[in-house]
Design a binder for this molecule. Structure first.
Ligand code: GLN
Length: 242
C-alpha cells in the first residue's frame, strides 16, 4: 500500500513546527510498511493534484498568505472536487482560513479564500496565543487534542467544529469552537505540531486515506507510549484543574 501526501506551499506556509505533521504521517505509515510519498507543491513547483490521498496545508504569516492566495485560487475547483470526493485534508491556521471565503488580515487587506466553505476570518486586536486543549467531536480516544495556537484571525462559522475548547481560544475566543470538519477535511488552529503528540488524530487521517483508497477499516497498532507521554504532559501542565 502507498499514500501520496501533498505538502502545500511548504516554503510559504510552515509555522510553529507544522512540518512535523508531515514527518509524523510519513513515519507512522512507514512503521506499518505503508509507503508514503511526500510531494511538495508550491508556486514554482506545480504538480497535478488529482492523485493525492492526503493534503497538508500549514499556517502562514499574513505576508505568506498574501503571496499564496492568488496562486491558490487557480486550484479552487480541483480542491473542492477532492474534498467532496473525500480526499483527506489537514489545514492548519492560515491553511484553515484559506478554505473559507475571506481573511481580513491585520493591515485590513482582504485576502480571498477558496470559498469551499462560506466562513470568514477577521483579524481583530490582539493575537490569540498559547497552549490549547480541546475535546474532539470525532469520537477519537482519547477525547483530548493538545496543541499551540498563535493567530490574529478570528474565524466564525456554523460548520461542525473539530473540538470544543477546554483551555485556550480556538476559532475566535468566544464560542468555544475549535476548527471545523467536513467529510475528511479538517481545519484547525492547532500548531505545535499537531500530529506527533496527538497520534490518535494522525492515525485517524491515515486510516481515512487508506479506507478511501483500499477499503481498509483498521490500522495496525503502534507502540505510542512516548507520544501519549507528551500528550499527557501537556494535559498535566495546562488542564483547567491545575
Ligand atoms: N496570519 C494568520 C493569523 O494571524 C494565520 C497565522 C497562523 O497560521 N499561525 O491569523
Amino acid at each position: 500500500m502507498e499514500l501520496k501526501i501533498y505538502h502545500m506551499y511548504p516554503d510559504l506556509l510552515n509555522l510553529y513546527g507544522d512540518l512535523g505533521n508531515i514527518t509524523c504521517l510519513c513515519q507512522r505509515c512507514e512503521w506499518r510498511g505503508i509507503k508514503a510519498h511526500i510531494i511538495p507543491f508550491s508556486k514554482d513547483r506545480e504538480v497535478p493534484l488529482e492523485e493525492g490521498d492526503i493534503f497538508f496545508m500549514g499556517g502562514g504569516s499574513d505576508w505568506g498568505q498574501n503571496i499564496v492566495f492568488s496562486h491558490l485560487l487557480g486550484y479552487q475547483r480541483i480542491m473542492e472536487e477532492l474534498i467532496e470526493d473525500e480526499a483527506v485534508f489537514l489545514s492548519i491556521c492560515g491553511g484553515y482560513q484559506f478554505l473559507g471565503a475571506t481573511y481580513i488580515d491585520a493591515a485590513g487587506n482582504k485576502v480571498r479564500g477558496l470559498e469551499i466553505f462560506d466562513y470568514e476570518t477577521v483579524s481583530e486586536g490582539g493575537r490569540l496565543i498559547g497552549n490549547i486543549i480541546t475535546k474532539n467531536v470525532l469520537g477519537l480516544e482519547p477525547e483530548t487534542l493538545v496543541g499551540f495556537e498563535n493567530h490574529g484571525g478570528r474565524t466564525y462559522h456554523d460548520q461542525k467544529p473539530l473540538g470544543r475548547v477546554m483551555v485556550g481560544y480556538g476559532n475566535n475566543g468566544k464560542d468555544q469552537k475549535e476548527g471545523m470538519v467536513y467529510k475528511n477535511c479538517i481545519g484547525t488552529y492547532l500548531h505545535g505540531p499537531l500530529l506527533p503528540k496527538n497520534p490518535h488524530m494522525a492515525d485517524h487521517l491515515i486510516l481515512k486515506a487508506l479506507n478511501r483508497k483500499y477499503g481498509l477499516s483498521k490500522l495496525q497498532l503502534l507502540d505510542d507510549r512516548l507520544e501519549y507521554a507528551a500528550h499527557h504532559r501537556v494535559l498535566e501542565l495546562y488542564s483547567p484543574t491545575k
